[in-house]
Structure formats: C-alpha cells, structure tokens
Design a protein around this ligand. Sequence first.
Ligand SMILES: Nc1ncnc2c1ncn2[C@@H]1O[C@H](COP(=O)(O)OP(=O)(O)OP(=O)(O)O)[C@@H](O)[C@H]1O
Length: 302
Amino acid sequence: MPPASSPISVEVADVTVAYANGHIALRDASFLLKAGTICALVGVNGSGKSTLFKAIMGFLKPAKGQVRIAGDTVLAARRNKLVAYVPQSEEVDWSFPVSVWDVVMMGRYGHMNFMRIPRAEDKRIVQDCLERVGMEAFKERQIGELSGGQKKRVFLARALAQKGRIMMLDEPFTGVDVQTETAIIELLRALREEGHIILVSTHNLGSVPEFCDQVVLINRTVLAYGPTDLVFTEQNLTHAFGGVLRQFHFEQSTIQEHDGRTVKLLTDDERPLVFGKDGHLEYTDRQGREHLVRERAKEVGE
Ligand SMILES: Nc1ncnc2c1ncn2[C@@H]1O[C@H](COP(=O)(O)OP(=O)(O)OP(=O)(O)O)[C@@H](O)[C@H]1O
C-alpha cells in the first residue's frame, strides 16, 4: 500500500467504454488529475459521467485505453482502499432496519477482518465522519426515516469513513438545499487542503467556479479539461451543452451603459454564469459579483 504521503493521481488514458447492447458511452476519453484538486465533471444528461465514474472504479472495463490510479491499476487502488465513491442513487431497501451509524460503519468494512468487529478506532472514525457531515444527532435513526438530503449526507459520511484519498461523487447536490450544498462544499474544500483528489459531477454550473479548480467537460468524450477559468468559457459550454442551456442577454444593464460591455448569462439551473464580451468568466464567485454591483451603484449615484 502506498504511504499516506506518496503522491496520488488519477489518469484516464484514451478510455473507450461500450455497454453490452453495443452503445459506446465514452470514446477516447483522456485527462489527468493530481493531488489537492477538486475537479468538476460537467456534461448533459447521458454524456457519460456515471459511465466514467464506473470505469474509474473498475465496475466497467474499458474496451480500449486504461485508468491508472497513483500510477497503478484500478484493482490495486481498490485493494489499497485509495478510492471512495458516492453513487448518484443507492439501490437500498429503505425499510431494512439499519441505522445511520451502521451505514457509516459499512465504510470501515474494508479495514476490518472477516468477523467485521469494529475496533475503537473504527468507532472514533465513524463518529468523526458523522460530525463532519452534521448528522451526529441522527446516528440511531433508521436510514429509511431520513429525508433525501440527509440520506446524501450519510452516504457521504460512509465514503469519508473509507478514508480513501480519492473521492468521487456523482451529483451530490441534486435535491439538497442550499445549506446542505454549502456544508458539502466546505467539506470538499477541507479534503482538498488535506491533499485529496475529488471528482464531482454536477449540473449546478454556477457553483463550479466557486469551489472547483479544475473541470472536465464531457459529451461521450472529453471535450476540454484543465483549470476552471480556462475551460468554463462561453464557447466550450455552448459546445458541450448545445441548445440545452438557457441564455440571457443583458444589453441594457448598468454594466453595458457604463463601459459598453455586453453581459451574457448561461445557466442550466437557478445560478447563472456571467460572461464578459471576450467569452471569459466575468466573475468567479458571488463575493466578486457583489463587489462589482456595489461599485457600479456608487458610480451611478445610488
Ligand atoms: N447499462 C447500460 N446499458 C446500455 N447503455 C447504457 C447503460 N447505462 C447507461 N447507458 C447509456 O450510456 C450513456 C451514458 O450514460 P451515463 O449514465 O454515463 O450518463 P450521465 O452523463 O451520467 O447522465 P445523467 O446526467 O443523466 O446522470 C447514455 O446514453 C445511457 O443511455
């Protein structure tokens, strides 16, 4: 097993994945992620995001190309417990009498012997992970008695309990409120500080520049990947999403009247992305936008 301080990476090299019915969901996909990054995986429905996660986890075997994790095979990475995965939805019998504590303890199974008797350290880790996702108060609750957002937090805690240095999350923000989204983002930022690699698929385009330093844009292949400000251009997003994104043009905006710049908003959710005239991101975070709006208001005498 590689020591905790050894460099980790995820390399997807020319990966093609075909399903049993012959459908090619991914073709020649390539990118490289290094330690200490949060990378967004962005693309339309059916573009191959879940397929890519499953290929990285080794649940689907590429017809061509390979996935290397920390320079080794997917199998070795799984054996070394390097990767934790939070799927989009869990096929779970919600009526099964298993508590929140038990579900998070399942994340420790890979670290236990065949008797699966938790040690003090396993219990401490489970407790810590429940606290990190704000679900400590629910630990005795049956999993079926939670809301959708609370279930998501519990599955995130189970992935944390695995102590993998690479974490993959398939749409963790779907159906969660803003408070939960903020809590998850804070947690992912802390993991990045600890040197983890986090790959997260999302349709919340507006939140991507806030917390993801890298982006992989896909549509049945990798269309672009790299730093968020370089990949999240109007041209790339329009190419990736085609006519699917909503577009708003603000030709009479304060900014336009002030300095002649056009503002265009592109969104597939409630948080628009704002682009300047050259097709690059106008603002990278909400704070920046607030600053700019305040400056404009002062200048027009409001
Ligand atoms: N088991 C399967 N057998 C055949 N085709 C499949 C299978 N699973 C997915 N597909 C197809 O592969 C393509 C990619 O699916 P995938 O689930 O990876 O998309 P996605 O980007 O995760 O979509 P979404 O945003 O809707 O979650 C789709 O066209 C889908 O219909």
